[in-house]
Ligand binder design. Structure first.
Ligand SMILES: Cc1cc2nc3c(=O)[nH]c(=O)nc-3n(C[C@H](O)[C@H](O)[C@H](O)COP(=O)(O)OP(=O)(O)OC[C@H]3O[C@@H](n4cnc5c(N)ncnc54)[C@H](O)[C@@H]3O)c2cc1C
Length: 392
């Protein structure tokens, strides 16, 4: 490699390091072999790809951002974005499973857990032996997450959890779930705390498994807590700081949802590019029409702009900077343009864009989550505006 590019990691997406090229090749060949042949079958039957998640664990992708001493592979957020994009270009469901596991559930324990908690949970999660979920949303509180009603009441050396979480990614399959619950209602955003709840804990069970528009191979479930007792050592971070910590976790999580959008958008663009060269109307390939070319040019330009914003957030995150504004900008822009790109892809496929034998319709369905999950586009605008106006 060019000596001037030794530190080239931060130059992605302009130039990939040899390691990044190798990572991309490895994920592309894995996705082509193990994911692509099953995408529609899993989508139609809403099959959670448990065998694939185990293999992703063996490849290190379930511990990609965690240090080797805790069983991870110690790669950067820049590499993580690349990995999520590659997986999501083939199947967004795999992208969201990996993203939620890494940047929400496991990362909350990694960032805010004490040494004992980190040593107990992160190695098993990073290796893929265990899968993580992260439960903030409730039926009555989504955007306004601090109005959660799930309670955690201290009784002796235990906390007793009661309430319902909704729309939780990996909910049915997670071995470990980080749950945000109210410990002192009078303290507002400083009255919520985070807890680690293990699968099989008495009083804790997954409820309704959602039947979704897209990302149908990922699991989105209700979680029910009925007098669920957990030991006090499962309090994660300081009591009362669970919501504030959760917002920090989302700063990183939103980068991975931007990467999910990049992947789905790129998958749709690649599919459209191949199709317009093959499809002939008026005696020539439709790629010959200027109207089609302009659409393709706009799609590619928007996607690259989204990738730049996403990589900026990732580079700053790797540098240890606060990325609240940058991750929200990346997530907002990438989510919105990816929806538009997938819409254009369906249009370029014409009637075949509406038919399940062709790939465009699935990208179109899957991508919509990117303007909703981990804070809607409207909430990203609120976060960005607050940062601009210097509000807390
Ligand atoms: C597939 C999927 C996976 C998910 N995974 C998880 C997960 O793993 N963990 C988890 O905790 N949650 C998860 N969620 C929940 C997700 O984060 C929420 O759905 C999202 O934050 C929106 O909340 P809501 O659905 O209650 O919508 P609401 O908050 O009810 O919003 C409804 C509409 O009102 C708008 N709105 C609300 N407030 C304002 C405002 N102040 N100004 C302007 N507009 C506003 C919203 O933007 C939206 O358009 C998931 C959701 C889905 C669909």
């Amino acid at each position: 490699m060019d000596a001037g590019l030794d530190q080239a990691q931060s130059l992605y997406p302009f130039i990939l390091t040899e390691e990044q090229e190798a990572l991309r090749r490895e994920i592309r060949s894995f996705a082509a072999r193990e994911i692509a042949p099953h995408v529609m079958e899993w989508d139609e039957a809403s099959v959670f790809p448990l065998t694939v998640t185990k293999k992703l664990g063996a490849m290190g992708l379930l511990g990609i951002i965690f240090p080797p001493e805790l069983g991870g592979v110690g790669l950067s957020y820049v590499d993580y974005v690349l990995a999520i994009e590659e997986l999501s270009a083939v199947d967004g469901s795999i992208g969201i499973i990996v993203a939620s596991h890494n940047s929400l559930g496991t990362n909350h324990i990694f960032l805010f857990g004490n040494e004992e908690q980190k040593n107990k949970y992160v190695p098993r999660l990073a290796s893929g032996e265990w899968l993580a979920a992260w439960a903030l949303t409730e039926p009555g509180s989504g955007s306004d997450a601090s109005s959660a009603r799930t309670t955690a009441v201290k009784k002796g050396d235990r906390y007793v959890l009661n309430g319902t979480k909704t729309f939780i990614t990996n909910g049915h399959y997670a071995d470990v779930t980080v749950v945000i619950a109210v410990t002192d209602k009078s303290k507002g955003t400083h009255g919520l705390s985070a807890f680690i709840v293990e699968k099989g804990t008495k009083g804790f069970r997954p409820g309704k498994k959602e039947n979704k528009l897209g990302l149908r191979a990922s699991d989105t479930s209700e979680l029910i807590f009925e007098d669920c007792e957990i030991p006090e050592e499962n309090l994660l971070g300081a009591e009362g700081e669970g919501f504030v910590d959760a917002m920090r976790v989302l700063d990183g999580g939103r980068i991975s949802i931007a990467a999910l959008a990049l992947g789905i958008g790129r998958g749709a663009l690649d599919a459209a590019l191949a199709y317009v060269k093959e499809r002939r109307q008026f005696g020539k390939a439709i790629a010959e029409f200027q109207g089609i070319q302009w659409k393709l040019a706009d799609m590619a330009t928007e996607l690259d702009a989204a990738r730049l914003l996403t990589q900026r957030a990732a580079v700053l995150k790797d540098a240890g900077r606060k990325v609240t504004r940058e991750s929200s900008m990346a997530k907002l822009f990438a989510g919105e343009v990816a929806v538009s790109i997938c819409n254009d892809a369906v249009q370029l496929f014409g009637g075949y864009g509406f038919i399940k034998d062709y790939p465009a319709e699935k990208y179109y369905r899957d991508v919509k989550l990117c303007t909703i999950g981990e804070g809607t586009s409207e909430i990203q605008r609120l976060v960005i505006a607050r940062q601009l106006l210097g509000k807390p």
